[in-house]
Design a protein around this ligand. Sequence first.
Ligand code: PHE
Ligand code: ZN
Length: 884
Amino acid sequence: MRTDTPQTIYRKDYTAPSYLVDTVELGFDLDPARTVVANRMTVRRNPASAQREIELYGEDIELVTLRLNGRTLGEGDYVIEGTLLRIPNAPEEATLEIETICVPESNTTLSGLYTSNGSFYTQCEAEGFRRITYFPDRPDVMARFTVMLRADKDKYPVLLSNGNLIEEGDLDNGRHYALWEDPFKKPSYLFALVAARLVCQEENFELADGRTALLQVWVEEGNLDKTDYAMQSLKHSIRWDEERWNLELDLDRFMIVAVGDFNMGAMENKGLNIFNTKFVLANPRVATDVDFQGIEAVVGHEYFHNWTGNRVTCRDWFQLSLKEGLTVFRDQEFSADMIGTNTGRAVTRIDQVRTLRQAQFPEDAGPMAHPVRPDSFVEINNFYTVTVYEKGAEVVRMVQTLLGREAFRKGMDLYFQRHDEQAVTCDDFRLAMADANGRDLTQFERWYSQAGTPVVQAETRWDEQAQTYTLRLIQSCPSTPGQPEKLPFHIPVAVGLLGRDGRDLPLTVDGKNLGTTAVLELTDSDQTFVFTGVTEQPTPSILRDFSAPVILKHGYSDAELVHLFSHDSDPVNRWEAGQRLAMSRLLKLTGQVAGAGNVVDRLDLDDTFVDAMRKILVDDTLDPSFREQALLLPTESMIADQLDVVDPLAIHLARQFVRADIGARLRTELLAQYDANQTPGEYSPDAESIGKRALKNLALAYLNAAPDEASLALAQKQFDGATNMTDRVAALSALVHARAPAAADALQRFYDEFQGEALVVDKWFAMQAAAPTTDVARVRELMTHKAFTLRNPNRARSLVSTFCAGNAVGFHAPDGSGYGFWAEQVIALDALNPQVASRLARAMDRWRRYTPDLQAHMKRALQQVAGQAKLSNDVREVVSKALA
Ligand code: PHE
Ligand code: ZN
């Protein structure tokens, strides 16, 4: 915790490391109250650097001894300033021996070496290794690690680190040891150790080249009944990486360890992935379909990092998206390929679009907006964002869309050929793609350097005489902090034209036959494309498959949207047409509600919209998974994003009205779909069953948006009879949101049955935090529950963050009580865990867009946090950017 003004770090200031590290030998004497770390490393001057001092970082550790080539250094031989330790006048080559002490049991930040439920775990990305020992803790210093672990055998029977187990055995005093060696050089952020009482599911798995690898999933005792899906996902990931990219597992052993206290989702440490339990533990009793999907995606994500991140890593943290954007793209493709069907792929794509609109577009339009490759930061931990991850993945996807799948694969091959075991930049990735295919991606670079969501305005004209169809595309991009002007982006715009019968028309541009979906390349700020041989007035389907992360504006009529919603061969744009129809109603109704002083009175939903929804709902030729997506309304925050002045209550009331009206008017059809989409028999998290459950449970939610006796009884019956967590939480949530008299009893029974399952207790808190009946007083009451603690990130997020970021009505209470609560919790959390606090702090990002009264309250709360003398860099950066 620092009290001085935080420093901004700039990408342009990058300099090469002064010294390189060849080998590191670490010795750990593990003790929760006092762990001694011995670090011996061989270093040599980096010829690429003009700097002559050895530079090491250390944070929150006690330096015991520092030896250089056997000589103990005293004061005067080195300088410590903040986290930097400098050794001037160092020889060309040296052996450094450093002994430090740290206190894992009081490390509540969960960065560095910490204890969770009494056992030892590490988290080193981004800059946690310096909390373990002094080291040039930057990703462009790659070294070979050997690790000796010593600990009490009884308390910590399992000792793990990266790479291969070389030796293990007993020591005196009930202690034992294990020696690990990682055959690959790696940056320090990929170091990991685990010393714990754990059990594992393991399997020998044959790799494509005939070798076998030992796969292990380590969990606490009592959780071995929840490891099957993670293991299966790991095997699928290995196969997929072999088949799609010809990338093999390069180790004899690959371990996944689940830990209950973890800041993020999971971490790709070489050969020893450490996971939040949320993304490992699952069985039908405790995990929902969404949980199963999350496990597959995150297991894949971390495994894929072994090549995109570990073998080829980042030169500096500004290049974070080099590994994260690419690896998210890879895990998205993996999830889509695992489903395999066209609709299945489209449904995963729709999910990605929803995430972008829900979280990334708002980030791009707020005070923390930054390019995919940021130019500066105060605290790197604040830049593990939806922009770096999800927009970064969109940027990679656009490269594939522009080049084509095969050409993209060639680019990947060249990328690995050129950069294996190197620390490189986003430019290196782009150049490999360009060079492998003789393409110029110079302008494309702006996707990395310019923040903000581009707006593409489309204008169309059909010339009956000439039989041409002209599509004019105008792009612009709003200014973002530090970037007032933007240059045009290189945007792939996938376009189709629907005829009157709903079928795709053949496309010809410049005499070239482009099939039925043309990928147009928009590079100017204003550009026109002419389709020839267009014999009828078509309906344009623009930005198919969401071919670029932009906001598309086009003056669609309702009739055109209904036509697209009924017929578009591109399922993503078909869904999109429905979203546009819904959004226009939601915006109009929100205006009406606000105009009436937030009273729902004489609102009306038109037949055109309701009929369009009905048609999709009952269309049995469509996959249930797609129908579910098509019937889901834009979220409250997506609606808010369309408004200049946000009144959260008006939005909520308008959206609730639409849900209730659909529930009432489509009651018969919803009931029929509820019955038709049951999944009897043994639970299976396959795409088809997931789709059916999703549609069935959406039907249940709609029915209970305007609850009558029968709907409530249906929810109660489902809750009582549920044989899996998906159906159980869907029913419970329906009861809670319907304010059913039976909800309280159901919540209590749910808690009683699952109180031993931490991840289910998280769901229990989250569901109550999100309920529109929950206000600050109720959240405070829940915080006194014996199962609540701020110290566990999952638990803190389940209640506090869900309320602040997922319950607009409660959080934005007109008296400002939600914001006061927010300030209090940010401050309390910051003292424990700055990373978790800082994420919560971002709930206020867009405070300037709310009604004047709310704004005033929000500003006061922000100032209250900013006014704290003691604040982490993490929170300080977020609140000061919000207030700037
Ligand atoms: N690198 C991790 C991932 O994306 C995320 C992470 C970052 C985890 C920082 C912990 C700390 O898979
Ligand atoms: Zn990642």
